[in-house]
Design a protein around this ligand. Sequence first.
Ligand code: URA
Length: 269
Amino acid sequence: MMDRDAALASVAQQLACDRLLGLTFVPLVLRAAPEPIASAPPAARGPAPVIPAPPADPSRRQDSAERLRVLDETCVKGCRKCGLAETRTQTVFGQGNPAPRLVFVGEGPGYDEDKQGLAFVGAAGQVLTRMIGAMGLTRDEVFICNVVKCRPPGNRTPTADEILACSPYLWEQLRILQPEVIVALGAPAAKTLLHTSEFIGRLRGRFHDSYLSGVPGEGPCVPLMPTYHPAYLLRTPSEKRKTWEDLQQVMHHLGLPPRQTSSAEGDNG
Ligand code: URA
């Protein structure tokens, strides 16, 4: 049980955080998830660019890094908006390039991530590192984060309420990062970022529009490729080939040179 001063400090922190996220009112009723949005057919997007974009200018990197730091320090680290705050060791904000072309979004921290405070550093993280390497990139070139910033006990899937409480942080991260492409790793990330209840097996394999306002159809959108979660690939290696096909589409979109399928990422072994 919190004492009165701690409770007041927590409310003040929450209000400061809401202001940072642009929330000017306190919702009295939790809204249900909006209706699914229709995804644009791949043909409607036109040909993918083939010229790699120049690196982000240093002032944008600095600005983005600072805004991410403030979001983490002001909002995420002390967050107590859901029950996961009771059981976490620490929050896991995510890490990587503050001005990335590509962002990977997973589900939520596991045991190792909760202990280390870093996203994707356990067994699934090793698979993700190999996936990124197979694309010809390094972890430092991309940004890696999760839908929820605290470990769900026993690594269970986060509940709809936990996702609803935490997703404003993810949307704000994405608005700061301004990636050219987002890869959603697994169903919770894809469903959250696309406001859909469709199965991952039906979503993967093509680009969808993800609206960074967090409201379908409003504001700028970023192409999002849903694919299988690395932990699922550890259990179901036969799906690695499809995942590699998804990542190849992302590479093509970013104008990255094609690469041979490596045994770790692309085959069925
Ligand atoms: N699984 C996730 O979804 N995220 C992590 O950070 C680790 C495992």
